[in-house]
Design a protein around this ligand. Sequence first.
Ligand code: AHR
Length: 533
Amino acid sequence: MNRRRFLKTGAAAAASILAGPRLAFAADTEIVISPGDAGAVISPHLYGHFIEHLGGVIYDGVWVGRDSSIPNVDGIRKQFVDDMKRIGAPNLRWPGGCFADGYHWRDGIGKASARPRTYNFWQRRMPAGLDATESNQFGVHEFMHLCRLIGAEPYVAANVGSGTPSEFHDWVSYCNAPTGTLSLAEERAANGDPQPFGIRYWGVGNESWGCGGTMRPEEYATKYRQFITQFPNYTDPFLVATGPRGHSADGDIGWTTGFFDAMRGYEPPQGFSLHFYTDLRPTPIKAGDFKASEWYEVLLRGVRLEKVINDHWREMGKFDAAHRTKLVIDEWGVWYAPGSEITPAYILSETITLRDAIHTGMTFDIFNRHADKIAMANVAQSVNCIHSLFLAQGEKFVRTPVYHVFDMYRSHMGARQVPVSNPVADLNVPALAGQAHLPGLSASASIRDRRLTVTLTNPSLESALPLRVRFANGARATEARASVLTHSDMRATNSFTDIEEVKPAKHLVRVVADGLELTVPTHAVVLVECAIA
Ligand code: AHR
Protein backbone atom coordinates (compact mmCIF):
# COMPACT_ATOMS: atom_id res chain seq x y z
CA MET A 1 0.00 0.00 0.00
CA ASN A 2 1.57 3.26 -1.10
CA ARG A 3 0.69 6.83 -0.42
CA ARG A 4 0.18 8.43 -3.83
CA ARG A 5 1.74 11.83 -4.14
CA PHE A 6 0.07 15.01 -5.30
CA LEU A 7 1.29 18.30 -6.71
CA LYS A 8 1.90 21.22 -4.46
CA THR A 9 -0.71 23.91 -4.79
CA GLY A 10 1.12 26.91 -3.41
CA ALA A 11 4.40 28.67 -2.86
CA ALA A 12 5.65 26.12 -0.37
CA ALA A 13 9.26 26.38 -1.50
CA ALA A 14 9.51 30.02 -0.44
CA ALA A 15 9.11 29.31 3.27
CA SER A 16 11.71 30.61 5.67
CA ILE A 17 12.08 29.63 9.29
CA LEU A 18 10.79 31.98 11.96
CA ALA A 19 11.12 29.67 14.91
CA GLY A 20 12.36 26.20 15.77
CA PRO A 21 15.44 24.30 14.58
CA ARG A 22 15.86 23.84 10.83
CA LEU A 23 16.00 20.09 10.30
CA ALA A 24 16.03 18.29 7.00
CA PHE A 25 12.37 18.39 5.94
CA ALA A 26 11.09 16.92 2.72
CA ALA A 27 7.39 17.63 2.62
CA ASP A 28 5.88 17.62 -0.82
CA THR A 29 2.43 17.51 0.70
CA GLU A 30 0.68 20.75 1.48
CA ILE A 31 -2.66 21.57 2.99
CA VAL A 32 -3.99 25.13 3.00
CA ILE A 33 -5.83 26.63 5.97
CA SER A 34 -7.74 29.91 5.75
CA PRO A 35 -7.93 31.41 9.28
CA GLY A 36 -9.50 34.56 7.83
CA ASP A 37 -12.51 32.65 6.49
CA ALA A 38 -13.93 31.34 9.76
CA GLY A 39 -17.38 29.78 9.38
CA ALA A 40 -19.87 28.12 11.70
CA VAL A 41 -19.29 27.82 15.42
CA ILE A 42 -18.43 24.24 16.35
CA SER A 43 -20.96 23.66 19.09
CA PRO A 44 -19.31 22.22 22.21
CA HIS A 45 -22.23 19.79 22.14
CA LEU A 46 -20.60 17.90 19.25
CA TYR A 47 -18.29 16.44 21.91
CA GLY A 48 -21.14 15.03 23.97
CA HIS A 49 -21.76 11.90 25.98
CA PHE A 50 -24.25 9.13 26.63
CA ILE A 51 -24.84 6.77 29.55
CA GLU A 52 -27.50 4.05 29.63
CA HIS A 53 -28.81 1.56 32.15
CA LEU A 54 -27.02 -1.25 30.37
CA GLY A 55 -24.44 -3.75 31.64
CA GLY A 56 -21.83 -1.93 33.75
CA VAL A 57 -22.45 1.59 32.43
CA ILE A 58 -24.54 3.14 35.22
CA TYR A 59 -24.01 0.66 38.04
CA ASP A 60 -20.27 0.49 38.72
CA GLY A 61 -19.29 2.72 35.77
CA VAL A 62 -20.97 5.85 37.13
CA TRP A 63 -22.84 4.91 40.31
CA VAL A 64 -20.91 3.09 43.01
CA GLY A 65 -23.28 3.95 45.87
CA ARG A 66 -22.91 6.23 48.85
CA ASP A 67 -21.54 3.48 51.09
CA SER A 68 -18.87 2.37 48.63
CA SER A 69 -15.17 2.34 49.51
CA ILE A 70 -14.55 3.60 45.97
CA PRO A 71 -14.03 7.39 46.11
CA ASN A 72 -17.41 8.92 45.31
CA VAL A 73 -19.45 12.09 45.51
CA ASP A 74 -22.83 11.17 46.96
CA GLY A 75 -22.60 7.76 45.31
CA ILE A 76 -21.17 8.92 41.97
CA ARG A 77 -17.70 7.63 41.04
CA LYS A 78 -15.36 10.56 41.68
CA GLN A 79 -12.83 9.65 39.02
CA PHE A 80 -15.58 9.66 36.39
CA VAL A 81 -16.67 13.13 37.47
CA ASP A 82 -13.10 14.47 37.54
CA ASP A 83 -12.18 13.16 34.10
CA MET A 84 -15.44 14.25 32.48
CA LYS A 85 -14.85 17.71 33.91
CA ARG A 86 -11.28 17.68 32.66
CA ILE A 87 -12.40 17.15 29.06
CA GLY A 88 -15.19 19.69 29.46
CA ALA A 89 -17.97 17.15 28.77
CA PRO A 90 -20.68 19.48 27.48
CA ASN A 91 -23.70 17.24 27.85
CA LEU A 92 -24.88 13.86 28.98
CA ARG A 93 -27.65 11.82 27.38
CA TRP A 94 -29.60 9.46 29.65
CA PRO A 95 -31.28 7.00 30.48
CA GLY A 96 -30.99 5.22 27.10
CA GLY A 97 -30.89 4.03 24.37
CA CYS A 98 -33.25 1.11 24.19
CA PHE A 99 -33.67 1.26 27.97
CA ALA A 100 -35.42 4.64 27.66
CA ASP A 101 -38.55 3.31 25.99
CA GLY A 102 -39.18 0.92 28.87
CA TYR A 103 -38.29 3.38 31.63
CA HIS A 104 -40.88 4.95 33.93
CA TRP A 105 -39.35 7.94 35.66
CA ARG A 106 -41.37 7.63 38.86
CA ASP A 107 -39.57 4.36 39.62
CA GLY A 108 -36.35 6.35 40.10
CA ILE A 109 -37.47 9.02 42.60
CA GLY A 110 -38.16 9.04 46.33
CA LYS A 111 -36.50 7.19 49.15
CA ALA A 112 -33.86 4.91 47.63
CA SER A 113 -34.78 1.89 49.74
CA ALA A 114 -38.43 2.17 48.67
CA ARG A 115 -37.78 2.29 44.93
CA PRO A 116 -39.12 -0.70 42.99
CA ARG A 117 -36.96 -3.23 41.20
CA THR A 118 -38.02 -3.29 37.57
CA TYR A 119 -37.38 -5.05 34.28
CA ASN A 120 -34.48 -3.82 32.15
CA PHE A 121 -34.71 -4.07 28.36
CA TRP A 122 -31.16 -5.44 28.27
CA GLN A 123 -32.12 -8.58 30.18
CA ARG A 124 -32.54 -10.25 26.78
CA ARG A 125 -28.83 -9.80 26.00
CA MET A 126 -27.52 -11.02 29.36
CA PRO A 127 -25.61 -14.30 29.36
CA ALA A 128 -27.59 -17.21 30.83
CA GLY A 129 -27.90 -17.01 34.59
CA LEU A 130 -27.08 -13.29 34.83
CA ASP A 131 -29.69 -10.79 35.86
CA ALA A 132 -30.17 -7.21 34.67
CA THR A 133 -32.95 -6.20 37.12
CA GLU A 134 -33.04 -2.42 37.45
CA SER A 135 -32.59 -1.27 41.06
CA ASN A 136 -33.60 2.33 40.27
CA GLN A 137 -30.95 3.62 42.67
CA PHE A 138 -29.84 5.99 39.93
CA GLY A 139 -32.81 8.12 38.90
CA VAL A 140 -33.38 11.64 37.68
CA HIS A 141 -32.07 13.36 40.85
CA GLU A 142 -28.86 11.34 40.78
CA PHE A 143 -28.54 12.04 37.06
CA MET A 144 -28.98 15.77 37.61
CA HIS A 145 -26.42 15.77 40.43
CA LEU A 146 -23.98 14.08 38.07
CA CYS A 147 -24.63 16.69 35.37
CA ARG A 148 -24.15 19.51 37.86
CA LEU A 149 -20.91 18.01 39.18
CA ILE A 150 -19.53 17.73 35.66
CA GLY A 151 -21.01 20.98 34.40
CA ALA A 152 -22.77 19.05 31.62
CA GLU A 153 -26.10 19.94 30.06
CA PRO A 154 -28.68 17.16 30.61
CA TYR A 155 -30.26 15.50 27.58
CA VAL A 156 -33.09 13.15 28.57
CA ALA A 157 -34.61 10.53 26.28
CA ALA A 158 -38.31 10.13 27.04
CA ASN A 159 -40.32 6.94 26.90
CA VAL A 160 -42.48 6.96 23.78
CA GLY A 161 -42.41 3.21 23.11
CA SER A 162 -44.23 2.12 26.27
CA GLY A 163 -45.08 5.43 27.93
CA THR A 164 -47.78 8.04 27.38
CA PRO A 165 -47.80 11.75 26.56
CA SER A 166 -49.18 12.34 30.04
CA GLU A 167 -46.27 10.49 31.71
CA PHE A 168 -43.85 12.52 29.59
CA HIS A 169 -45.51 15.83 30.46
CA ASP A 170 -45.46 15.00 34.16
CA TRP A 171 -41.78 14.18 33.94
CA VAL A 172 -41.00 17.47 32.21
CA SER A 173 -43.09 19.36 34.78
CA TYR A 174 -41.48 17.50 37.68
CA CYS A 175 -38.06 18.51 36.36
CA ASN A 176 -38.70 22.06 35.23
CA ALA A 177 -41.63 23.66 37.08
CA PRO A 178 -40.62 26.26 39.71
CA THR A 179 -41.60 25.48 43.28
CA GLY A 180 -44.77 27.29 44.28
CA THR A 181 -46.43 26.40 41.00
CA LEU A 182 -47.29 22.74 40.38
CA SER A 183 -47.62 19.98 42.97
CA LEU A 184 -45.04 18.10 40.93
CA ALA A 185 -42.53 20.86 41.69
CA GLU A 186 -43.24 20.53 45.42
CA GLU A 187 -42.69 16.80 45.10
CA ARG A 188 -39.31 17.41 43.45
CA ALA A 189 -38.40 19.81 46.25
CA ALA A 190 -39.47 17.25 48.86
CA ASN A 191 -37.15 14.79 47.15
CA GLY A 192 -34.23 17.15 47.71
CA ASP A 193 -34.12 19.52 44.74
CA PRO A 194 -36.09 22.75 45.17
CA GLN A 195 -34.29 24.35 42.24
CA PRO A 196 -35.83 23.33 38.89
CA PHE A 197 -33.55 21.14 36.81
CA GLY A 198 -34.09 23.32 33.75
CA ILE A 199 -33.77 20.47 31.26
CA ARG A 200 -33.94 21.84 27.70
CA TYR A 201 -32.92 18.83 25.64
CA TRP A 202 -35.56 16.11 25.39
CA GLY A 203 -35.40 13.15 23.06
CA VAL A 204 -38.92 12.17 22.03
CA GLY A 205 -38.24 8.44 22.03
CA ASN A 206 -35.22 6.53 20.81
CA GLU A 207 -34.84 4.32 17.74
CA SER A 208 -38.61 4.30 17.30
CA TRP A 209 -38.09 2.18 14.18
CA GLY A 210 -36.64 -0.58 16.43
CA CYS A 211 -36.49 -1.08 20.20
CA GLY A 212 -38.40 2.18 20.70
CA GLY A 213 -41.63 0.83 19.23
CA THR A 214 -40.97 -0.77 15.79
CA MET A 215 -42.93 2.04 14.14
CA ARG A 216 -43.08 3.21 10.57
CA PRO A 217 -41.96 6.83 10.08
CA GLU A 218 -45.49 8.15 9.57
CA GLU A 219 -46.70 6.32 12.70
CA TYR A 220 -43.86 7.84 14.67
CA ALA A 221 -44.58 11.32 13.29
CA THR A 222 -48.12 11.03 14.69
CA LYS A 223 -46.78 9.89 18.07
CA TYR A 224 -44.20 12.67 18.04
CA ARG A 225 -46.93 15.29 17.61
CA GLN A 226 -49.06 13.73 20.34
CA PHE A 227 -46.12 13.80 22.72
CA ILE A 228 -45.03 17.37 22.06
CA THR A 229 -48.19 19.35 21.41
CA GLN A 230 -48.95 19.84 25.12
CA PHE A 231 -45.27 20.04 26.12
CA PRO A 232 -44.94 22.03 29.39
CA ASN A 233 -42.90 25.02 28.35
CA TYR A 234 -40.86 25.94 31.43
CA THR A 235 -37.65 26.15 29.42
CA ASP A 236 -36.95 27.01 25.82
CA PRO A 237 -37.09 23.38 24.72
CA PHE A 238 -34.87 21.61 22.21
CA LEU A 239 -36.89 18.60 21.13
CA VAL A 240 -35.17 15.78 19.29
CA ALA A 241 -37.26 13.52 17.08
CA THR A 242 -36.16 9.99 16.34
CA GLY A 243 -34.20 9.84 13.12
CA PRO A 244 -32.67 7.12 10.98
CA ARG A 245 -30.42 4.14 11.52
CA GLY A 246 -27.65 5.77 9.53
CA HIS A 247 -25.39 2.73 9.46
CA SER A 248 -27.96 0.68 7.54
CA ALA A 249 -26.67 -0.44 4.14
CA ASP A 250 -28.93 2.08 2.39
CA GLY A 251 -28.36 4.80 5.02
CA ASP A 252 -32.07 4.58 5.93
CA ILE A 253 -33.03 7.64 3.89
CA GLY A 254 -36.58 6.27 3.79
CA TRP A 255 -37.06 7.07 7.48
CA THR A 256 -36.07 10.69 6.97
CA THR A 257 -38.29 11.07 3.92
CA GLY A 258 -41.22 9.37 5.64
CA PHE A 259 -40.96 11.39 8.85
CA PHE A 260 -40.65 14.82 7.26
CA ASP A 261 -43.29 14.02 4.69
CA ALA A 262 -45.71 13.14 7.50
CA MET A 263 -44.73 16.36 9.33
CA ARG A 264 -45.64 18.66 6.42
CA GLY A 265 -47.60 21.60 7.77
CA TYR A 266 -46.55 21.02 11.39
CA GLU A 267 -43.85 22.66 13.50
CA PRO A 268 -40.58 20.79 12.79
CA PRO A 269 -38.47 19.48 15.68
CA GLN A 270 -35.33 21.39 16.64
CA GLY A 271 -33.26 18.22 16.38
CA PHE A 272 -33.42 15.03 14.34
CA SER A 273 -31.51 12.12 15.79
CA LEU A 274 -29.13 10.17 13.55
CA HIS A 275 -27.55 6.99 14.87
CA PHE A 276 -24.37 5.90 13.20
CA TYR A 277 -22.51 2.88 14.48
CA THR A 278 -19.41 1.57 12.80
CA ASP A 279 -21.03 -1.80 13.13
CA LEU A 280 -18.61 -4.71 13.00
CA ARG A 281 -20.97 -7.19 14.63
CA PRO A 282 -21.74 -9.01 11.38
CA THR A 283 -17.97 -9.41 10.65
CA PRO A 284 -15.20 -11.57 12.13
CA ILE A 285 -13.33 -8.41 13.22
CA LYS A 286 -12.36 -8.46 16.88
CA ALA A 287 -12.00 -5.50 19.21
CA GLY A 288 -8.51 -6.20 20.51
CA ASP A 289 -6.74 -8.54 18.10
CA PHE A 290 -6.71 -7.71 14.40
CA LYS A 291 -4.64 -7.47 11.25
CA ALA A 292 -3.98 -4.58 8.86
CA SER A 293 -7.00 -5.22 6.62
CA GLU A 294 -9.19 -5.18 9.73
CA TRP A 295 -7.65 -1.92 10.88
CA TYR A 296 -8.61 -0.33 7.57
CA GLU A 297 -12.06 -1.93 7.41
CA VAL A 298 -13.06 -0.19 10.64
CA LEU A 299 -11.84 3.21 9.41
CA LEU A 300 -13.45 2.75 5.99
CA ARG A 301 -16.81 2.02 7.59
CA GLY A 302 -16.34 4.93 9.98
CA VAL A 303 -15.78 7.58 7.32
CA ARG A 304 -19.05 6.60 5.60
CA LEU A 305 -20.56 8.91 8.19
CA GLU A 306 -19.72 11.95 6.07
CA LYS A 307 -21.86 10.73 3.17
CA VAL A 308 -24.65 9.75 5.56
CA ILE A 309 -24.68 13.27 7.06
CA ASN A 310 -24.75 14.86 3.61
CA ASP A 311 -27.47 12.53 2.33
CA HIS A 312 -29.83 13.11 5.25
CA TRP A 313 -29.16 16.84 5.33
CA ARG A 314 -30.02 17.08 1.64
CA GLU A 315 -33.20 15.06 2.19
CA MET A 316 -34.24 17.24 5.14
CA GLY A 317 -33.67 20.31 3.00
CA LYS A 318 -36.31 19.11 0.52
CA PHE A 319 -38.94 19.60 3.23
CA ASP A 320 -37.38 22.50 5.10
CA ALA A 321 -35.18 24.65 2.88
CA ALA A 322 -34.29 26.88 5.85
CA HIS A 323 -33.00 23.84 7.75
CA ARG A 324 -34.75 24.72 11.00
CA THR A 325 -34.10 21.15 12.11
CA LYS A 326 -30.48 20.21 12.83
CA LEU A 327 -28.94 16.77 13.06
CA VAL A 328 -28.31 15.27 16.50
CA ILE A 329 -25.93 12.31 16.14
CA ASP A 330 -26.82 11.02 19.56
CA GLU A 331 -25.28 7.59 19.20
CA TRP A 332 -22.01 6.94 17.39
CA GLY A 333 -19.08 4.60 17.94
CA VAL A 334 -17.34 1.41 16.85
CA TRP A 335 -19.42 -1.60 17.85
CA TYR A 336 -17.65 -4.97 17.84
CA ALA A 337 -19.13 -8.44 18.23
CA PRO A 338 -19.09 -9.74 21.82
CA GLY A 339 -15.85 -11.25 23.08
CA SER A 340 -13.83 -8.61 24.91
CA GLU A 341 -16.18 -7.70 27.76
CA ILE A 342 -14.64 -6.57 31.05
CA THR A 343 -16.78 -9.23 32.69
CA PRO A 344 -19.73 -11.16 31.17
CA ALA A 345 -22.38 -9.06 32.93
CA TYR A 346 -20.96 -5.85 31.44
CA ILE A 347 -22.54 -6.55 28.09
CA LEU A 348 -21.41 -4.40 25.16
CA SER A 349 -18.19 -3.39 26.96
CA GLU A 350 -15.22 -3.66 24.60
CA THR A 351 -11.45 -3.44 24.46
CA ILE A 352 -10.61 -0.01 23.07
CA THR A 353 -7.40 0.24 21.04
CA LEU A 354 -5.45 2.82 19.08
CA ARG A 355 -7.65 1.91 16.07
CA ASP A 356 -10.68 3.30 17.91
CA ALA A 357 -8.74 6.45 18.77
CA ILE A 358 -7.87 6.99 15.10
CA HIS A 359 -11.54 6.41 14.24
CA THR A 360 -12.47 9.03 16.84
CA GLY A 361 -10.14 11.63 15.33
CA MET A 362 -11.55 11.04 11.87
CA THR A 363 -15.12 11.23 13.22
CA PHE A 364 -14.49 14.49 15.07
CA ASP A 365 -12.97 16.01 11.95
CA ILE A 366 -16.17 15.11 10.10
CA PHE A 367 -18.26 16.70 12.86
CA ASN A 368 -16.15 19.86 12.77
CA ARG A 369 -16.37 20.13 9.00
CA HIS A 370 -20.18 19.79 9.19
CA ALA A 371 -20.66 21.99 12.24
CA ASP A 372 -23.34 23.98 10.41
CA LYS A 373 -25.55 20.88 10.21
CA ILE A 374 -25.03 19.20 13.57
CA ALA A 375 -26.42 20.54 16.85
CA MET A 376 -25.16 17.74 19.07
CA ALA A 377 -23.40 14.38 19.02
CA ASN A 378 -23.07 11.80 21.78
CA VAL A 379 -20.54 9.02 21.90
CA ALA A 380 -22.05 5.61 22.63
CA GLN A 381 -21.23 5.22 25.39
CA SER A 382 -18.95 7.05 27.81
CA VAL A 383 -18.02 4.22 30.19
CA ASN A 384 -17.97 0.39 30.16
CA CYS A 385 -19.64 0.06 26.78
CA ILE A 386 -19.18 0.55 23.03
CA HIS A 387 -16.37 3.02 22.15
CA SER A 388 -15.90 4.07 25.77
CA LEU A 389 -13.59 6.70 27.18
CA PHE A 390 -13.35 4.83 30.47
CA LEU A 391 -13.44 1.28 31.74
CA ALA A 392 -14.23 0.73 35.40
CA GLN A 393 -14.68 -2.25 37.63
CA GLY A 394 -14.79 -1.80 41.38
CA GLU A 395 -11.58 -0.05 42.44
CA LYS A 396 -10.12 -0.36 38.93
CA PHE A 397 -10.41 2.48 36.45
CA VAL A 398 -8.66 3.29 33.19
CA ARG A 399 -8.86 5.97 30.53
CA THR A 400 -8.93 4.41 27.08
CA PRO A 401 -7.14 5.79 23.98
CA VAL A 402 -10.50 7.32 22.95
CA TYR A 403 -10.46 9.50 26.08
CA HIS A 404 -7.22 11.08 24.93
CA VAL A 405 -8.71 12.08 21.59
CA PHE A 406 -11.60 13.82 23.37
CA ASP A 407 -8.98 15.63 25.44
CA MET A 408 -6.91 16.60 22.38
CA TYR A 409 -9.91 18.03 20.50
CA ARG A 410 -11.11 20.18 23.41
CA SER A 411 -10.06 23.50 21.95
CA HIS A 412 -12.31 23.01 18.90
CA MET A 413 -15.30 23.25 21.25
CA GLY A 414 -17.05 26.57 20.74
CA ALA A 415 -14.44 27.80 18.25
CA ARG A 416 -15.29 28.77 14.67
CA GLN A 417 -14.67 26.25 11.95
CA VAL A 418 -11.93 27.20 9.49
CA PRO A 419 -11.74 25.80 5.95
CA VAL A 420 -8.97 23.31 5.20
CA SER A 421 -8.04 22.53 1.63
CA ASN A 422 -6.82 18.97 1.92
CA PRO A 423 -5.68 17.54 -1.40
CA VAL A 424 -3.91 14.53 0.09
CA ALA A 425 -4.57 11.54 -2.10
CA ASP A 426 -6.54 8.56 -0.92
CA LEU A 427 -4.73 5.50 0.33
CA ASN A 428 -5.28 2.26 -1.51
CA VAL A 429 -5.74 -0.13 1.40
CA PRO A 430 -6.57 -3.80 1.98
CA ALA A 431 -10.00 -4.34 3.50
CA LEU A 432 -12.41 -7.22 4.03
CA ALA A 433 -13.70 -7.26 0.47
CA GLY A 434 -10.35 -6.48 -1.22
CA GLN A 435 -8.62 -3.17 -1.95
CA ALA A 436 -10.44 0.06 -1.08
CA HIS A 437 -9.85 3.82 -0.92
CA LEU A 438 -9.48 5.60 2.41
CA PRO A 439 -8.74 9.32 2.87
CA GLY A 440 -4.97 9.70 3.22
CA LEU A 441 -5.29 12.46 5.79
CA SER A 442 -8.19 13.54 7.97
CA ALA A 443 -8.09 17.20 8.98
CA SER A 444 -10.13 19.99 10.53
CA ALA A 445 -9.35 23.41 11.94
CA SER A 446 -10.98 26.08 14.06
CA ILE A 447 -10.16 29.52 15.43
CA ARG A 448 -11.03 31.45 18.58
CA ASP A 449 -9.44 34.76 19.60
CA ARG A 450 -6.64 34.25 17.07
CA ARG A 451 -5.80 30.84 18.52
CA LEU A 452 -5.88 28.30 15.71
CA THR A 453 -6.46 24.61 16.40
CA VAL A 454 -5.61 22.06 13.73
CA THR A 455 -6.23 18.34 14.10
CA LEU A 456 -4.72 15.84 11.71
CA THR A 457 -5.11 12.07 11.58
CA ASN A 458 -2.95 9.79 9.47
CA PRO A 459 -4.70 6.41 9.16
CA SER A 460 -1.81 4.76 7.31
CA LEU A 461 -0.02 1.87 8.99
CA GLU A 462 2.92 2.28 6.61
CA SER A 463 3.71 5.85 5.64
CA ALA A 464 4.33 8.84 7.80
CA LEU A 465 3.18 12.09 6.20
CA PRO A 466 5.63 15.01 6.14
CA LEU A 467 3.31 17.98 5.79
CA ARG A 468 3.40 21.67 5.10
CA VAL A 469 0.47 23.65 6.45
CA ARG A 470 0.17 26.89 4.49
CA PHE A 471 -1.95 29.75 5.81
CA ALA A 472 -3.96 31.59 3.16
CA ASN A 473 -4.05 35.37 2.70
CA GLY A 474 -0.81 36.17 4.48
CA ALA A 475 -1.78 34.81 7.89
CA ARG A 476 1.24 33.87 10.02
CA ALA A 477 1.76 31.85 13.17
CA THR A 478 3.80 33.47 15.91
CA GLU A 479 4.22 30.28 17.89
CA ALA A 480 2.96 26.72 17.74
CA ARG A 481 2.90 23.58 19.81
CA ALA A 482 1.80 20.08 18.99
CA SER A 483 1.04 16.74 20.56
CA VAL A 484 0.59 13.29 19.11
CA LEU A 485 -1.30 10.14 20.05
CA THR A 486 0.18 6.99 18.57
CA HIS A 487 1.97 3.76 19.47
CA SER A 488 4.31 1.35 17.73
CA ASP A 489 1.62 -1.36 18.01
CA MET A 490 -1.65 -0.71 16.18
CA ARG A 491 -3.42 -2.93 18.74
CA ALA A 492 -2.12 -0.95 21.71
CA THR A 493 -4.61 -0.35 24.48
CA ASN A 494 -4.76 0.86 28.07
CA SER A 495 -5.68 -1.81 30.57
CA PHE A 496 -6.36 -1.89 34.30
CA THR A 497 -2.76 -3.00 34.81
CA ASP A 498 -1.18 -0.73 32.22
CA ILE A 499 -3.18 2.45 32.35
CA GLU A 500 -0.81 4.69 30.37
CA GLU A 501 0.35 2.49 27.52
CA VAL A 502 -1.33 4.83 25.02
CA LYS A 503 -1.15 8.51 25.88
CA PRO A 504 -0.35 11.77 24.07
CA ALA A 505 3.23 13.01 23.80
CA LYS A 506 4.76 16.29 22.70
CA HIS A 507 5.35 16.55 18.98
CA LEU A 508 7.65 18.67 16.84
CA VAL A 509 6.09 21.43 14.77
CA ARG A 510 8.00 24.25 13.12
CA VAL A 511 6.71 27.72 12.40
CA VAL A 512 7.76 28.91 8.92
CA ALA A 513 7.02 32.15 7.06
CA ASP A 514 3.62 31.25 5.71
CA GLY A 515 2.65 28.31 7.82
CA LEU A 516 3.88 25.25 9.65
CA GLU A 517 5.92 22.16 8.99
CA LEU A 518 5.43 18.87 10.74
CA THR A 519 5.26 15.17 10.17
CA VAL A 520 2.12 13.22 10.93
CA PRO A 521 3.45 9.80 11.96
CA THR A 522 1.83 6.57 10.88
CA HIS A 523 -1.44 5.68 12.64
CA ALA A 524 -1.46 8.89 14.65
CA VAL A 525 -3.68 11.76 15.72
CA VAL A 526 -1.84 15.10 15.89
CA LEU A 527 -3.05 18.28 17.54
CA VAL A 528 -1.45 21.61 16.61
CA GLU A 529 -2.34 24.80 18.44
CA CYS A 530 -0.89 28.10 17.34
CA ALA A 531 -1.25 31.83 17.70
CA ILE A 532 -2.11 33.66 14.48
CA ALA A 533 -0.80 37.17 13.80
O1 AHR B 1 -25.77 1.97 22.63
C1 AHR B 1 -26.36 0.71 22.68
C2 AHR B 1 -27.71 0.67 22.00
O2 AHR B 1 -27.55 0.91 20.63
C3 AHR B 1 -28.73 1.69 22.41
O3 AHR B 1 -29.41 1.32 23.54
C4 AHR B 1 -29.64 1.75 21.23
O4 AHR B 1 -30.27 2.99 21.10
C5 AHR B 1 -28.75 1.40 20.06
O5 AHR B 1 -29.30 0.43 19.25
